[in-house]
Design a protein around this ligand. Structure first.
Ligand code: CA2
Length: 148
């Protein structure tokens, strides 16, 4: 494996600008920086991307699948709606961990359903930006020696 892909869906580019009580105050660039350091400590590259468009996420899941590289996926609201994304994950020959900043199960009922969860290897939700670090740990094992 050469890289870990971290894919982020609609509106996650707005992180840090509004609703800090739900999503925390870190920006997506902050999350990328921290995850990049954790990847570097483990000797893997990070391919970190965000799009507001469902098709981009489908393309990127397919790309990771073709490369056999694991995916940390925060699909945003597409989590609750996208059969296209679920089909892409099902067809991809790689592991996908679903992540959320917020605890979606403690929020509105429409956020309780995930089309991604049944085709993901696991789900991490509710730990803010740390959800991403926990997903990396789930995919690659415990923190690198330099992070302890
Ligand atoms: O908790 C998460 O990570 C979510 O994936 C975030 C999505 C939401 O639709 C999911 O149910 C749970 C929303 C991301 C929108 O983020 C914003 C951040 C700041 C201001 C506005 C939107």
């Amino acid at each position: 494996m050469n890289a870990v892909h971290c894919l982020n869906g609609p509106n996650l580019n707005l992180l840090g600008s509004r609703e800090p009580e739900i999503y925390g105050s870190q920006t997506l660039a902050d999350i990328e920086r921290k995850l990049g350091q954790a990847c570097e400590a483990r000797g893997v590259a990070l391919r970190f991307r965000q799009s507001n468009h469902e098709g981009d996420l489908v393309d990127w899941v397919q790309e990771a699948g073709l490369a056999g590289e694991p995916v940390i996926l925060n699909a945003g609201a597409l989590t609750h709606t996208s059969i296209a994304l679920a089909d892409a994950i099902k067809g991809a020959r790689t592991k996908v961990v679903e992540v959320h900043l917020s605890n979606v199960h403690a929020r509105e009922s429409f956020r309780h359903r995930s089309f991604i969860a049944p085709v993901a290897v696991g789900v991490i939700a509710g730990f803010g930006a740390r959800s991403y670090d926990l997903a990396l740990e789930a995919l690659l094992g415990g923190p690198a020696d330099s992070e302890r």
